[in-house]
Structure formats: C-alpha cells, structure tokens
Write a protein that binds this ligand. Structure first.
Ligand SMILES: [Zn+2]
Length: 441
C-alpha cells in the first residue's frame, strides 16, 4: 500500500496550518521570530546602503574622452560602484546619502599612472612602516594627483605586494596597484646601481632564456601583473647593455602564456628594435638615444601594437641633474616631445606615465603641458589617463570611464581641462572604490 505524504510536494513556509497540526503553536512562534529577524536584516541592509551612498552633484562630467560632457551632472555611488550617472535633474539621491557639492567643478574617471615605482623613500619598508607614515607618502605621490590605479614598473615584488594588501584591506588610502616586480636585465642600469646598494636591495641579473622564463613564472605565481624588460640598460658614457633577443623572446612568450603584458625600457635604437622583434606590448619611455622617429618607424611600432608611455617629465628631471644650459635641456626635451608627437599623430596608443618613485617630481602639470606641446588635445590626454590603459590592461569593463556598474574611481578637478590641460593636475578630490582618499584642504 502506498503511503500518502501529508506534506505538499513543495514545502512552503507560508503553509503553516499543516505544520501547526504536526508541531502545534511553537512552530508558528518560531516562524514569526524568523520572519521578524529577516525583516530586520532587510531594513538594516536598506538603511545602511542608503546611508553609505556618496553623491557628487552639479558637476561637469566627462564620462569618457569620446562622449560629450554632461554640463550639470550628478553621480551616485553605492558599495564601491557607480549606481547612477546623468543630468542632475534625472538622478535620484537618497536623503541619507553623503553629498559633495561639485558646482563649478569637473569630474572624470580616476586616472591611471602607468609608469611609477614603489621605490620612493617611505615606501621601501612597507611591513615596518606605520599606517600614518604610508598614508602620508601615498597622499604626496599618488592620491593628491588623482591616481586611482598605478602600474609599478620595477620594484621589490614582495614589498609592493605587502603595500597592495594593506591598501586593498582598507587600512591605507591609496590607488589600485599593479606591478611587474623585479625587472629582467643582464645588468642593472648605472643610475640605479648606487640606489640598490645603499638600500640593500638585491635584483637578479638574467643571463639566459631559461632564467627569464623562471623569473616570469615565479612572478606570475606571486601575483605580478606584468613583466618589465630592460631591452637597453644604460651603463654610462653612452654605453648600453642590450638584452639578447633570445632572452627577450623567451620572457615575452612566457609572460603572454600567463596573460601578462610586457613593458620595455628601450634606451637606444638597438634596444627599441629588440623590443619590437620580441613582441613587447608597451614602451616604458620615449627613446633618448634614437634617430628622429620617421613615418616608417612609427608605422612599425603601430603595426606591432606597441603602446607608448612618454614620461616627458623624467627627461626634464634628468637634464636638470646634468646641469647643462637651458638651451641644451630644451633641445633634449624637444626631441622627446617630437617622438610623442609622431606617435600620437599617427594614432598610436599613448599611456600616461611619469616615472614617479624614480623621480621625486610628483607634480603632474609639466607632463600635461609637454603632452599638449606634442599636439595632444585634452581628449587624447584624458584617454591616455583613463580609457587607453584600461583597454590595454583589460580593465575596460570596470575602469577608465564613468557608467553604471563601473568601479567608483573618480577625480574631481577644480578647473576644466578643455580650457587648459594643466587642469588635469588641479585635483580637489580623489575617490577610489567609493571612498574619498584625497580631499584638497
Ligand atoms: Zn621607471
């Protein structure tokens, strides 16, 4: 005989009468407590979400370099992401939200600095440094200039990972950090030799393709986001140690297996040719020891799909160290500006970067002025700060532009870069994942 179950096939908590039959009133009481508890949780979640919302109101908003700006726009941020962006009249803001009045200000997506070093004084011993000490340095070199993502192009990987962990845990106020860790070179450049010795930093020399592959694998396993090759390593008095092509090729092939982009410090003509022949993705600088960039050379770079980080401020910094005349310095900078002009005019991919951490000139205004001298307009410069790196490093779904669902990484500027590109350096607020990490005092 088949025994008929007294319970309906789909057991529902809204059918207590049968259960009441089985268990009596205690069941109803338990259900009521459960229901009340669930309702309380929902209410807490609802009120917390609205209390933690951040809203920027009344701003001129550049959602991306290619879209026309929203003249009077607002943005609502919820749980680290953009919840809404549009004309102020169309945006609903919860009364509990924290509001930053941005009338007269300009908002853009958070900036990327694609050439920095976690080697700045104060960042070398992350595990031994206090929150206060580190926050101060992060403010001075990154937050204050609107950087919400930085690509570290050589540092001590373990130390940089420790810094990244303390930032992502929310303990420190700082940008998202991507890193290449220790670079690949046959010998270190002369200008970092003393620095490494003084600070007791060991960075390995790579002499064979096998060693290069081993370094890439180790870096990938530890959480590096890219690989850096010194295709040319400056040895002083015009001499350059050029990376053998076999080492460069082995490193690039292995890096690409791990989906890691490869950066190259080119230094001279031979170095840049090793970079192109080995398949690197990004030139970390314009090339100081190079003939003028012809249309042929530029099209070779472009067809190799190589992005360029100009670091023009670096060349000004180096020239000042040499104590040459103003004329010599200007001639040297013009040569670097001409390389950028040739690449930008040809539609090459340009990524913003200043080499801070190696240089201590943190102010970004000179870089913007020089980029503009190279013929780049404010949209092109904004692209180099936002959409170009996001696309190149595969963050486009969440970074580089402002849209519903993207990371709430934003820069609030005190002036409009459409009028003067140095406005990109006039930062009022920097917001990373919905948290204000810098506020101009
Ligand atoms: Zn550098």
């Amino acid at each position: 005989m088949q025994v008929q179950s007294v319970w309906p096939a789909s057991e529902s908590e809204f059918q207590p009468s049968l259960k009441q039959l089985a268990y009596g009133n205690s069941y109803i009481v338990r259900m009521r407590i459960r229901f009340a508890f669930a309702l309380t949780l929902i209410l807490i979640a609802w009120s917390a979400s609205h209390a933690s919302d951040l809203a920027l109101t009344g701003a001129k908003i550049y959602t991306s370099p290619t879209e026309p700006p929203i003249e009077n726009g607002s943005i609502v941020i919820h749980d680290g992401h953009i919840l809404a962006v549009g004309p102020t009249s169309s945006i609903k803001i919860a009364p509990e939200a924290t509001v930053i009045d941005c009338r007269g200000l300009v908002v853009a997506a958070g900036f990327w600095n694609n050439h920095i070093h976690i080697l700045a004084p104060g960042l070398l011993h992350v595990r031994a440094s206090s929150t206060n000490e580190l926050d101060k340095v992060l403010d001075t070199i990154f937050n204050r200039w609107g950087f919400t993502t930085v690509f570290d192009l050589s540092s001590v990987l373990d130390n940089t990972l420790a810094l990244r962990k303390r930032i992502s845990s929310g303990e420190l106020r700082g940008p998202r950090i991507l890193t290449v860790g220790e670079p690949i070179w046959t010998i270190e450049p002369v200008y970092v030799r003393d620095f490494l010795q003084e600070n007791h930093i060991h960075m390995p020399n790579t002499q064979t393709p096998g060693q290069a592959v081993a370094l890439v694998r180790e870096h990938a396993a530890k959480g590096a986001n890219g690989i850096k090759l010194f295709c040319g390593s400056y040895q002083g008095q015009g001499k350059v140690a050029v990376l053998p092509l076999a080492i460069a090729r082995a490193a690039v092939e292995e890096a690409h297996q791990h989906s890691l982009p490869v950066f190259s410090h080119p230094q001279n003509w031979e170095g840049v040719n090793v970079a192109i022949a080995s398949g690197v993705d990004v030139l970390a600088h314009t090339v100081p020891q190079s003939p003028p960039w012809t249309a042929d050379f530029v099209s070779r770079l472009k067809s190799a799909n190589i992005a360029l980080i100009p670091t023009l401020t670096l060349f000004d910094f180096e020239a000042r160290k040499e104590n040459g005349s103003d004329q010599e310095r200007e001639a040297w900078i013009s040569k670097m500006v001409a390389e950028l002009r040739a690449y930008a005019q040809a539609g090459g991919d340009v990524l913003f970067g200043t080499d801070i951490g190696y240089i201590d000139h943190y102010d970004t205004s000179l870089e913007f002025t020089l980029m503009s001298q190279a013929g780049m307009n404010y949209q092109q410069i904004l692209a180099s700060l936002t959409t170009n790196p996001a696309r190149r490093f595969r963050y486009s779904d969440r970074s580089g532009h402002i849209a519903k669902g993207t990371d709430a990484d934003l820069v609030v500027l005190g002036a409009d870069p459409a009028q003067d590109v140095s406005a990109f350096s006039k930062v009022r607020f920097t917001i990373r994942a919905g948290n204000v990490i810098y506020r101009q005092k």
